[in-house]
Design a protein around this ligand. Structure first.
Ligand SMILES: Cc1cc2nc3c(=O)[nH]c(=O)nc-3n(C[C@H](O)[C@H](O)[C@H](O)COP(=O)(O)O)c2cc1C
Length: 234
């Protein structure tokens, strides 16, 4: 059977650290961003935001926040991918609004989004409920399978997991379009947050440098861990 073209994009995606100055056409960027919007997310709450940095002064400060890494300095497009852990109420309401606009809401939809989600996500004032909820889940788990009724830090992890999946989808879409990217975790999180004017419940998940690779864009050969370290069956 011929390999579906998806695998060619997966194979060809590399972290690119030196970009050509060629611009990324807006329609390409839009298609990749729209592909990223289809990424799976916890309870479909899509806790991310792609902030495309266009303002030259913000861009300069963002490059500096990225520790002046070469990909940030050379990429024609720099994106801050933001994780929001406090947008769940707004996004939950939007999900229910869209469902309702398509027909009567199902009881399972109402109960999941109106009852279960708030129990999982609410941490109370100053997060005081979080440790109690987590302790309750831990104890109940001794007797029966129990989900983690999350503390604030758990919600943060959940939001970062989902956001990273959007990043992966975006980078693969770029490669399928013949463009490249560099995900960057090497940045100053406090400066980045201040620069973007992010609210308390938000933080930069990663920066994404985007463009076309130069001849010296890929620095090192690909190294993969042995397959049996990474995959096992039990
Ligand atoms: C979450 C994350 C953060 C990363 N941060 C940086 C970074 O700050 N600077 C950089 O040059 N590469 C960064 N990388 C790229 C990795 O070094 C790269 O993905 C890895 O070496 C594998 O190479 P490949 O992507 O070409 O397969 C990051 C990758 C990920 C997934």
């Amino acid at each position: 059977m011929p390999e579906p073209p998806f695998y060619a994009a997966v194979e060809a995606r590399r972290t690119v650290r030196d970009f050509l100055p060629d611009p990324v056409p807006q329609e390409v960027l839009d298609r990749c961003l729209d592909a990223a919007r289809l990424a799976p997310s916890s309870s479909n709450l899509q806790p991310w935001e792609f902030v495309i940095i266009r303002d030259p002064r913000v861009r300069q400060a963002a490059n500096a926040a990225c520790l002046d890494q070469l990909p940030a300095k050379t990429a024609p497009v720099l994106i801050a991918l933001v994780t929001h852990r406090d947008t769940w109420r707004r996004n939950r309401d939007e999900i229910l609004r869209v469902f309702a606009s398509r027909g009567p809401l199902r009881p399972s939809q109402v109960s999941y989004y109106r009852r279960i989600i708030p129990v999982i996500y609410t941490a109370g004032p100053f997060g005081v409920l979080g440790p109690l909820k987590r302790a309750f889940s831990r104890i109940t788990s001794l007797f029966k399978p129990t989900p983690n009724l999350m503390a604030r830090e758990d919600v943060r992890i959940m939001a970062h997991k989902s956001t990273a999946l959007a990043a992966a989808t975006f980078m693969l879409a770029l490669r399928a379009e013949g463009f490249d990217s560099c995900p960057m975790e090497g940045f100053d999180p406090w400066r980045a947050k201040a620069l973007l004017g992010l609210p308390r419940g938000a933080e930069v998940n990663m920066f994404l440098a985007v463009g076309k690779r130069s001849e010296k864009g890929v620095w090192w050969d690909r190294v993969l861990m042995p397959r049996d370290w990474m995959i096992r069956e039990i």
